[in-house]
Design a protein around this ligand. Sequence first.
Ligand code: CMP
Length: 487
Amino acid sequence: MAKTGIRKGFILFLVAVTLIVAALLLLNFLEPSLRDYFFGEGVADTKMKQTAASSFDQVVKLSRVVLMMILVIVIVRALMNAVFAPLFRASTGYEASSIIRNAFSIVLYIIFFVFIFKNQYPDVDLGAVFTTSAIFGVIIGLALQDTLGNLFAGISFQADKPFQVGDVINIPTKGVGVVESVTWRGVKIRTFTNKIVLISNTSLGKEAIEVAPRNNLNARLVFFNTLYTDSPAKTIHVVREAVREADNVSTKITPIVRIRDLAASGIDWEVKYWLVDYSKYNDTDALVRQRIWYAFKRAGITFAFPTQTLHIAPRTKVEAHHDDTTLIERLSNVEIFAPLNEDEVSRLASTSELRVFAPGEAVIKAGDQGSSMFVINRGRVRVQISDNGKPRTVATLNEGDFFGEMALFTGEPRSANVVAAEETEVLEIGHQAMKQLFETNPDLVEALSNEVAERRAGLKSKEEAKETKEDESDGLFKTVKRFFGLN
Ligand code: CMP
């Protein structure tokens, strides 16, 4: 392909040169005959003839200049492609950017133009022509403002050489890509999704560009993680060996494997490796991850996924926190439990749960369903009902007192709020534990029914309370028995 291209170019070059040289020779050959024919001896010598002859001379000279310049352009272009570009490539290792080629070409064009012009018009002062045309300069300057801006930015890129064709550059607002060309106008990059992005030199000059030079050993970081149970020394060895053998990973520098963080789910790692061809870093990163996976599989190392270790402590049981005897003593001192024997009390203590409440915290909320009662082990509570939207305290209960029995025995909703007056520790007794006690102690039901009736009365106005208390105790006794399925 390349060879046919070169041959084609060479043939084109030969044809163009032959044609131009032929045209020049023809012009030289025809000029005397034409002059003789139009302005020769036979033609009357008038003023008009002199003016026409001089115009003829000008046309011939200009044609010669134009033809010679075309020849120069053809030759310079051929030289650029055939000699300059290969030499540049051989000495620097880079493709000569078009900005460099153009700069060289223009210098050569100017030199040849001056030479040809002087040859054809020896009397004209070229310097004066350019220096005196100030207006021309202003017009050109304004028209080319942007172009010149790009040109100078382009020249400064060439002078600084921050990047070359083939380098990978990262322009924050445009993305990452491989530099394809640096021209007078701007820079062309090919992104990793094979798109071409063109950026003008002026806007590129305002950006902070990250450059990964083509001939530099550029590094990449790949992240992974392992469980805490896997040995770090083993992980370092396994990953290093796996990565260094992957394609496009430079063998000049050994990959570095290090711990980034001792994180919640495991050890966070990074592996730093250097690439032979940085423009393929996406593929190489992926390959490195793949190699790590296989190496882990062989070595029995496990990737960490979000996990949490749960340390389950036994629930706060009475016996776990308190001296059993203190609690047994506490329960046996509760008036309603007085008829219970030692075994029953200790069973009750072991099936109860100890709970602590902050000052002001509600132990019970009025209206809630409830299937347990409480004995105050430490602290104090206030029994409150809502009176016109404001809490009214109907009783204050202290250590050894009990509450919450109403809902437990009747299945009705909680009749009042019970709020801790200070830090309060209570023993919670469930429905099942009470049921067992009722079965062996029928008297307990009666004692409790009386207590409930009394408390209910306390929740009502005094007159109301007197009337209802006695009847209610009776009714309650039956309700409790029915609720607990007792005979
Ligand atoms: P319970 O209805 O389950 O929930 C609220 C508790 O407050 C209630 O059981 C009783 O234990 C207690 N209680 C209600 N009224 C009084 C009162 N007048 N005196 C003492 N305690 C009461």
